[in-house]
Ligand binder design. Structure first.
Ligand SMILES: [Zn+2]
Length: 161
């Protein structure tokens, strides 16, 4: 490590940490129906949401002054295809119910768009489902950095690496 004036060191460290934070986000929308088993409120009945998913991708160890050509961490078009094929295509216009919900509502096992989960399809579990699917697809040096899932305009679940 070279000896450098304190002020300069601080500026350089500041700059490096800013570059390490470089990320991009793409926003996805999908419609999904669910019900929450054993819940006393309105969510115990099947109903739908227009979900909004924010997917943020960073690049590990990126301390360069700029991103080499073509200048992307990941092309937005490529990210769109990746997220659509990994999660959105499956979830959009589906009905997600847990095994325990279906155990007490057996007449709901018929719909062709039904996805049956072990866990309750809350915003939190849906976010973890999305995280698990995306972690399988996003390879170093790309990093799945943050996910934000809005169930309504003012309620969201968030996960950060
Ligand atoms: Zn709901």
């Amino acid at each position: 490590m070279h000896s450098i004036p304190t002020g300069l060191a601080t500026r350089q460290e500041g700059k490096q940490s800013l570059l390490k934070m470089l990320s991009i986000t793409k926003i996805f929308r999908f419609e999904m129906a669910h019900a929450i088993a054993g819940y006393a409120g309105k969510c115990r009945n099947i109903h739908g949401h227009s979900y909004v998913l924010h997917v943020t991708i960073a690049q590990a160890g990126n301390e360069a002054e700029h991103i080499p050509a073509p200048g992307f961490i990941i092309d937005f078009k490529e990210l769109k295809q990746l997220v659509n094929s990994a999660v959105i295509d499956q979830l959009d216009h589906s009905l997600v119910l847990s095994n325990s919900y279906l155990a007490t509502h057996p007449y709901h096992t018929k719909p062709e768009n039904l996805l049956t989960w072990q866990q309750e399809p809350t915003a939190e579990n849906l976010l973890l489902h999305i995280r698990n699917a995306l972690l399988e697809k996003i390879r170093p040096p790309l990093v799945l950095y943050r996910l934000k899932l809005y169930e309504t305009a003012d309620s969201f679940a968030e996960w950060e690496a």
